[in-house]
Design a protein around this ligand. Structure first.
Ligand code: FE
Length: 341
């Protein structure tokens, strides 16, 4: 579903009103501008964009929609696009945009310095701006944390009828399975996924939130979700009866993914796009960028604070996230074969 924000209306008017096809590099009031197409919810990014404008005088117009629609839109607009920056979640999505030829290398030493290589494209076409961990959550009345260890272990038959998962259609699970394939090979990864399916307490849910609620309600005892969804529950209710466990600390590290952005191939204002991207990766913006969604900063100089910090340090899987894109199709086929719906 398309969600139009006021900035988009402005965008459409500007694009439609300009018969020469020349992009407007300034607002009507003569202010420099940059245009972002984003699948992130406006409340997560608007306060930061406002801070950037206050600091630099550069106006940010943004259009919100789901990532698939935005990718199609940037492709359809081609050289006439107004988008300077494409911002979304999951390396799998950013990888797709890059593969379609819709992004260009950022050519920025500042970004290379601020963002670890594993959280960025090897051709610099996209960069992670926040880190999300997809890990194990459990009901503390029915599971002791000493029983938990890894994603692979959740395939063991002692979890029969006790596991909840989100649908395999979600890119988050496709990326997780892509990394399982990378670590173990296809055969072993399929064995794990088949084990999960055999252990399911109910059909997969359509959201991480529903999955967590099923654990709280006693439908199941353990689940695999992104930590910020549990963070939202705990922010509302500190006694919420679901706890977090850092998966795979003794092996591959917990599976992390990113939200991130890249400069579009035909960005009318690439310098403005690069400056905004560099600022979002800077110390000034990183803590807030991560905290708004209870994620982790991508720039390792910044430490997490508050609720998120209370989960303690974790070791992250440091496999380059380009793997999530490269092995996505393979992961989707594997999950289908394994009967993971
Ligand atoms: Fe999410």
């Amino acid at each position: 579903m398309t969600r139009l924000v006021p900035a988009l209306c402005l965008l459409v008017l500007t694009a439609c009103g300009d018969q020469t096809g020349t992009p407007a590099n300034e607002t009507e009031a003569g202010q420099a501008r940059v245009v972002v197409y984003t699948s992130r919810q406006p409340y997560l990014i608007e306060p930061l964009f406002e801070r950037y404008t206050a600091r630099t005088g550069v106006a940010i117009d943004f259009a919100s929609d789901n990532e698939a629609s935005l990718i199609e839109r940037i492709a359809a607009e081609g050289e006439r696009t107004q988008a300077d920056l494409f911002m979304t979640v999951d390396a799998g999505n950013l990888w797709h945009a890059a593969e379609r030829g819709l992004l260009q290398p950022a050519g920025s030493d500042a970004l290379t310095k601020r963002i670890p290589a594993a959280l960025a494209d090897d051709q610099a076409r996209w960069y992670g701006l926040s880190v999300r961990a997809r890990t194990i959550v459990y009901h503390p009345d029915r599971v002791d944390s000493s029983e938990l260890s890894s994603y692979e272990d959740l395939a063991d038959e002692r979890w029969a009828g006790r596991l909840c998962l989100r649908t395999s259609r979600k890119v988050y699970n496709q990326s997780l399975v892509a990394l399982l394939i990378e670590h173990h090979g296809e055969e072993r990864a399929e064995e794990v996924v088949r084990g999960w399916v055999a252990n399911l307490a109910t059909n997969p849910y359509s959201s991480d939130t529903q999955t967590i609620e099923a654990v709280a309600a006693g439908q199941c005892d353990v689940a695999i979700v992104n930590s910020y969804y549990l963070g939202r529950k705990l922010a509302d209710d500190p006694d919420y009866p679901v706890e977090l466990f850092w998966a795979n600390q003794g092996s591959t590290g917990v599976h992390v993914n990113i939200s991130g952005a890249g400069i579009t191939r035909h960005a009318p204002r690439p310098d403005q796009a690069r400056a905004l991207l560099e600022w979002l990766a800077s110390e000034e913006a990183q803590a807030e960028f991560a905290e708004r969604n209870l994620e982790f900063p991508a720039n390792p100089v910044i430490e997490s604070r508050g609720l998120v910090a209370s989960w303690g340090e974790y070791r992250a899987d440091d496999t380059p996230l380009t793997v999530a894109g490269e092995r996505q199709a393979q992961a989707v086929r594997l999950m289908d074969r394994a009967g993971y719906r």
